[in-house]
Design a binder for this molecule. Structure first.
Ligand SMILES: [Zn+2]
Length: 222
């Protein structure tokens, strides 16, 4: 799951939905949980739900979300504890993506991190497939399409032909298709291409310290 840095609040809001364009500008028009492109149809998710005491207008409590992640999550988390979150944790280090299993915690996590990673998967339903999704919830279908496109682009890349052209085209396709983590997984050994894709997804948080160790943010579990 892409880790993001929203930065400081760009302004004060009278209505939380007014934060949507700012969230999209800061971290791109993608669901912060399933990574599906949402563009103008996105929702503003209260990470700590309003019903459980979360702040309505605080920038720190808002993430862009698709309808389904927002709806499945609902009021089920009482606060931010015991879950990983893409705006606090290095979530890209916590999950792995694969065609067969979709998304799962990586094996080297501590027990607490593993539990928190699983809790976020359960909370949002991001690993649901055709078998356990509602008819309207097509996240699995869009994810499948992203895999297909990323793998087709990878095959083209592997032919070694027209690499300068593909280095421009593939990040453009990734940007419109969304599902950042799928592109990062398929192109895991292609550093230049990964960098070019990453530049299309603003404020992806992958900050390292001077020893090359990833910076852990305040309150982060990973
Ligand atoms: Zn989503």
């Amino acid at each position: 799951m892409r880790a993001v840095d929203k930065g400081v609040a760009p302004r004060a809001y009278l209505n939380y939905t007014d934060a949507k364009p700012d969230l999209f500008d800061r971290i791109g028009p993608y669901c912060a949980y399933c990574e599906m492109p949402v563009r103008d149809l996105g929702y503003v998710d209260h990470v700590h739900p309003l019903a459980n005491g979360g702040q309505r207008l605080a920038w720190e409590n808002l993430l862009p979300s698709c309808f389904f992640c927002n709806r499945v999550k609902w009021n089920r988390n009482t606060d931010r504890s015991q879950h990983l979150w893409p705006d606090i944790d290095n979530t890209d280090l916590a999950f792995e993506y694969g065609k067969a299993y979709i998304v799962r915690p990586i094996r080297t996590l501590t027990r607490a991190q593993n539990q928190a990673a699983n809790n976020l998967i359960q909370l949002t339903g991001i690993s649901r497939t055709a078998a356990n999704s509602t008819r309207k919830d097509r996240r699995w279908k869009n994810r499948q399409e992203a895999w297909r496109k990323a793998e087709a682009m990878y095959a083209a890349w592997q032919t070694q032909q027209n690499r300068p052209g593909l280095l421009i085209a593939i990040p453009e396709i990734a940007e419109s298709t969304g599902f950042f983590s799928i592109w990062m997984s398929v192109f895991k050994d292609e550093t230049n291409l990964r960098d070019a894709i990453r530049r299309k997804f603003p404020n992806t948080f992958e900050q390292s310290d001077s020893n090359g160790k990833r910076v852990k943010r305040l309150h982060a579990l990973i």
